[in-house]
Design a protein around this ligand. Structure first.
Ligand SMILES: Cc1cc2nc3c(=O)[nH]c(=O)nc-3n(C[C@H](O)[C@H](O)[C@H](O)COP(=O)(O)OP(=O)(O)OC[C@H]3O[C@@H](n4cnc5c(N)ncnc54)[C@H](O)[C@@H]3O)c2cc1C
Length: 373
């Protein structure tokens, strides 16, 4: 998110230093695939990042249909790009390729990036924020505004965080089918939690929610047994699994900063809210944090940068979208990501309603694609 914010400010004639603990060219999220909304594409287009990303082989796969269903229950929803009047409902993007394109864009914009510089503390005071560093580095950095975008488990004095453990683990893997994916994504709600299959290049990217006790066993299954277990959860909705590779797992938690600013400091991205991946909202929401903060900075007078009124404007701008994104994702996990079987009837009715009422479907699709504003 830090890179996106910096690129959005590249022409603002500000003195910007980007510090990243990654070494030059290192990818920290190379094992992750992102579902990005149409709104995210529009932001990257404005920053000149989308064209090189889309030109990278296999880096961007359009999602033209999303098929939502629940195991052991009725009701399905089919969202279709043509119905929504869009070229695609969203895009599956390689995080590795995105990180590379963002790094290149920073280089071309001649922005100063200090790679391999790990911040050990950020402290805000009346006139400036100070960044201290781990290991050998000449001196701390002082700034009128420090933006913290260091991901989940971020720690900034004055910004308390609330953590909720979902008691779930996500298994991610590359999955092949016996036919081309045709741009169709699947979201399947099961008693143990949701499973997503995202069409990526020549395969599917799997995000499979399991109970922590089951995850190590599932990951260790041989390929036919792993695919058979997966197929068992998809029932007749998806058939023809042929290969599974690159299996990994992540614990699933919700982390929310109680406030997104402190004196001379703003937090964005996962440092502000790290969400369950059920609806693929985390990166999209963080991107809007970055973009809205950039707009607030550009609209502020230079001597007002990092001031309490400027930070209040940023908070106000993000309030609705942020709250809605957190509530939407958390609500979806509560409603669909659990084993309460009595919920299967209201879930099914909700899905049938959504599928048959165009206005409701459009509102749902819009929230998924662009966020709440
Ligand atoms: C399994 C899974 C699937 C997901 N799928 C999706 C999806 O489909 N769509 C979606 O929108 N979201 C998805 N997400 C969420 C998404 O991955 C995150 O929201 C996103 O990666 C957050 O980006 P970030 O830049 O805020 O943090 P990070 O990606 O964690 O980046 C933090 C940066 O800060 C740097 N850093 C860290 N500590 C320091 C330090 N002390 N000093 C200096 N630099 C530091 C790191 O080097 C890194 O560059 C998924 C998450 C998971 C777990």
């Amino acid at each position: 998110m830090g890179a996106t914010l910096a690129l959005a400010l590249a022409d603002a004639d500000l003195d910007i230093v980007i510090v990243d603990s990654r070494t030059v060219g290192e990818t920290t999220r190379g094992d992750r695939t992102l579902a990005l909304s149409h709104g995210a594409r529009l932001i990257f287009e404005r920053l000149g990042v989308w064209t090189p990303l889309a030109a990278t082989r296999g880096a961007v796969t359009p999602i033209v249909t999303i098929d939502v269903s629940q195991a052991h229950g009725f009701g399905t929803v089919q969202l279709d790009a043509t119905e929504q009047g869009l070229p695609a409902l969203g895009y599956v993007v390689s995080y590795r390729a995105l990180q590379r394109v963002l790094d290149d864009a920073l280089l071309h914009a001649r922005m100063r990036v200090d790679y391999g510089a790990a911040v050990s503390a950020v402290s805000g005071a009346r006139d400036a924020a100070t960044l201290d560093f781990e290991g050998p580095r000449d001196s701390p950095v002082n700034a009128r505004l420090a933006v913290v975008a260091d991901g989940a488990a971020s720690s900034v004095p004055g910004i308390a965080r609330r953590r909720h453990d979902y008691g779930q683990v996500a298994i991610v893997a590359k999955i092949s089918l016996d036919r081309p994916h045709g741009g169709v994504a699947y979201e399947r709600f099961t008693a143990e939690g949701p499973i997503a299959l995202l069409p990526e290049h020549d395969h599917y990217a799997l995000v499979w929610t399991r109970k922590p006790a089951d995850a190590p066993h599932t990951i260790a299954l041989d390929e036919p047994a792993f695919l058979a277990t997966l197929a068992g959860h998809f029932g007749s909705r998806v058939r023809g699994f042929t290969h599974a590779s690159e299996r990994r797992s992540f614990p699933l938690t919700l982390e929310v900063a109680r406030n997104t600013t402190a004196e001379r400091v703003a937090v964005i991205g996962n440092a502000a809210q790290a969400l369950h991946p059920i609806a693929g909202q985390g990166f999209n929401l963080g991107l809007r944090d970055a973009y809205d903060l950039a707009r607030t900075i550009v609209e502020s007078a230079r001597d007002a940068l990092g001031s309490a009124p400027m930070l209040a404007r940023y908070r106000a701008r993000r309030r609705l979208d942020r709250r809605a994104g957190i509530a939407f994702t958390h609500g979806l996990v509560q409603l669909f990501g659990n084993d309460r079987s009595w919920l299967s009837v209201p879930r099914g009715m909700g899905m049938m309603l959504l599928d048959s009422v165009p206005l409701a479907k459009r509102a749902f699709a819009r929230a998924m694609l662009f966020g709440m504003r």
